[in-house]
Design a binder for this molecule. Sequence first.
Ligand SMILES: Nc1ncnc2c1ncn2[C@@H]1O[C@H](COP(=O)(O)OP(=O)(O)OP(=O)(O)O)[C@@H](O)[C@H]1O
Ligand SMILES: [Mg+2]
Length: 243
Amino acid sequence: MTGDRVIIRTRDLTKDLPLGKVVVHALRGVTMDINAGEMVGIVGPSGSGKSTLLGLIGGLDKPTRGTVEIDGIDITRMNEDQLTEIRNEKIGFIFQFFNLIPTLTAQENVALPIQFARKTKFNPDKRARELLALLGMDDRLHHRPSELSGGQQQRVAIARALANNPPLLLADEPTGNLDSESGAVVMEALQTIRSESGTTIVIVTHDPQIAQHTDRIITLVDGHLSDDAAVNSVTESVADVLK
Ligand SMILES: Nc1ncnc2c1ncn2[C@@H]1O[C@H](COP(=O)(O)OP(=O)(O)OP(=O)(O)O)[C@@H](O)[C@H]1O
Ligand SMILES: [Mg+2]
């Protein structure tokens, strides 16, 4: 299923963050390629640079040095307007903070990005209902965020990220608030989306069970890429990092 087309290419990706009088080396030169259609897990200890890497790939932040190409386009040279367009058209984000709109129902939250899209083949309400059903939320369509549990809100946020069928989905701990059963529902939904649409999915996770659902695991340690392995050949050292 995975083709040879590189959709994410990073070269020497580096991020220094000033912190008072010192500089934190959040990312120390990460070079990697991710192919279209791959599902990649990013793991590593807390503070190893995972969220920083995801933010740079998604154009939410600029690197100190190095490049990120999305589908052959260097996004590190883009201005804010160009980045906004790339993010809207190509990238779905799932973060730990859901930022759902409190006055809208689950279905309305998911339908919103479709209503904002410049052109779309989707009927917003129908698409929202289908995605929420895929995530096991069909009985909560008309609940507002305050009427949903944390895990249910997270699933609404995931459905919203998928609303416009982005070719690239970036997820930071998408199952962080979920019990293992709901986590499994989310992973199955992501697998379905990928096989239906060929979506490339990059997931930051601490959860070894989630990582096992991916094709490939990239391990960061202290801002460096320390391992990059297909999941069926995950070594004991990677298994240790996941614990
Ligand atoms: N705004 C900032 N200013 C200074 N240092 C920062 C800032 N944001 C992150 N850092 C530092 O950069 C390093 C990498 O942070 P990052 O959030 O990428 O880690 P992470 O791997 O996502 O960790 P976690 O698993 O805890 O989410 C950490 O040492 C962190 O303290
Ligand atoms: Mg993080």
